[in-house]
Design a protein around this ligand. Sequence first.
Ligand SMILES: CC(=O)SCCNC(=O)CCNC(=O)[C@H](O)C(C)(C)COP(=O)(O)OP(=O)(O)OC[C@H]1O[C@@H](n2cnc3c(N)ncnc32)[C@H](O)[C@@H]1OP(=O)(O)O
Ligand SMILES: O=CC(=O)O
Ligand SMILES: [Mg+2]
Length: 541
Amino acid sequence: MTISISRIPNVPAAQDILSDEALAFIEKLHERFAGTRDELVAARDERRAEYSAAKRIDFDPETEHVRNGDWKVAEAPEALRDRRVEITGPASPAKMAINALNSGAKVWLADLEDASTPSWDNVIDAIANLSAAARGELSFSQPDGKTYSLRTDAPLAVVVVRPRGWHLNENNVQVNGKPAVGALVDFGLHFFHNAKVLAESGQGPFYYLPKMEHYLEVRLWNEIFTFAQQELGIEHGTVRATMLIETIPAAFQMDEFLYELRDHVSGLNAGRWDYLFSIIKTFREAGADFIMPDRADVAMTAPMMRAYTELLVKTCHKRGAFAMGGMAAFIPNRREPEVTEAAFAKVRDDKTREATDGFDGSWVAHPDLVPICREVFDSVLGEKPNQIDKQRPEVEVTAEQLLDVASAPGKVTEAGVRANLYVAVAYTAVWLSGNGAVAIHNLMEDAATAEISRSQIWQQIRNEVVAEDTGNTITAEMVSTLLAEEVERLRGEVNDEERFAAYYQPAAELIGKLVSGRDEDFVDFLTLPAYELLEKEYVSK
Ligand SMILES: CC(=O)SCCNC(=O)CCNC(=O)[C@H](O)C(C)(C)COP(=O)(O)OP(=O)(O)OC[C@H]1O[C@@H](n2cnc3c(N)ncnc32)[C@H](O)[C@@H]1OP(=O)(O)O
Ligand SMILES: O=CC(=O)O
Ligand SMILES: [Mg+2]
């Protein structure tokens, strides 16, 4: 095996992060695990086609013994016993990392996935920031003189790092002449530089694992953790990971996921946005029963979402694992009090439902939302650090309930198509400019929410859905006209031809292709072609 990197990123600590020893560790991870990752990602397509053709997924009879077995996961380490409020956000720039660590949240999900553009500079800057944070040394000065440092008057959030999903490569690292596995680069660099320091202080290393579709993908992570701990002489079970249940096949394997990772797991999280995307993607050509209403109409109170979250709480608590709530997308705006008030009210409702259902904590996207989530969970938890003891034996969830998309209240409208196009283009443009999360119309948009927007349009065209507000059938021609109009709107709003040409034009072209409704054009993840554009952009600079 040989490993090489294309260039040293423009980050002060890059040489240290990409040391020969660290790269040798990444190489070892690839030697052992990259082949299995390739096979597992390739296996997804065939399974998806089967689910779509059957218009159904079932609980796997082969793993019934796991679902019926009497077992528990390892007990949570002290640092992860109280997770009532978790803030999420990218680990680059340093300012955001410091703001998240100082936010008063119990945990910070340091994101290299949905909220992060994986440019080489961003990835290495994120690892550098996380490494400095692990040593209590992270600080930052803005050009305007404003400085940021880690607070000493109150505890910092515990860091839980989310590496990229299994589907993404890292083109700037080549192993045997092939692009490296993004997740192995993110995990490998973070683990290599920080595992010992974090283990010594009882602060990890902790991870969030995104977008998995099968328990064999979980098994692979378990093998990676086991190997990585042995390599660095760290006790087995020191690593703890929380897995996102954010794909529809995963909802049928919650027990299996926990079982595979039982020595290294601390919980499951209800990643609602990717979950919705996964339902659309999986059943995209399966007809009327799987057409979702406009994105804005799909609520966590829809029967299929209730089934999903209820099953998640029940399964986690039965196995001694944490059940973590997801992201309400409403964002406060410090310049617009009425927006903030509305966001607070909606987030409070969302967190109240989760806390009452038995979740042990939940996510917020912005520091100003930390107190809301904390108050809600404080009032339910009282003196307890979590409510793992809250068992939900009365909950029985069937495959039909998990797949009951047809009962979700709401409408498909042409206005919804327009809104989806606007968001998909605007988000992709911002992503290409290096920012993986952005507020658009007072909602948090990230890779997962943008995936819903673009895949929903594909599905509507493919299934010839009629828009309820206009009575028009949603066709490729209609979408192309609406896209052109929304792109013109964005051109006016951006009001900067150079910026528009650099990011919005390529974003619009990409989204135009991705929503076509033609089988051969459905792309598994928006970030796959967007990453190719990002890399091309860099090379041409
Ligand atoms: C589907 C999912 O996976 S959800 C999880 C993934 N998504 C995310 O993590 C999104 C996280 N949230 C964000 O990135 C941001 O809140 C955004 C992009 C939505 C909005 O950010 P902004 O437009 O900068 O918000 P705003 O201007 O109100 O920020 C005010 C301050 O809070 C900080 N801030 C806002 N959100 C965060 C955050 N999540 N983490 C840390 N700091 C934050 C800003 O840096 C800014 O700091 P400053 O006052 O020192 O300059
Ligand atoms: O990662 C979280 C989600 O909702 O997607
Ligand atoms: Mg997600």
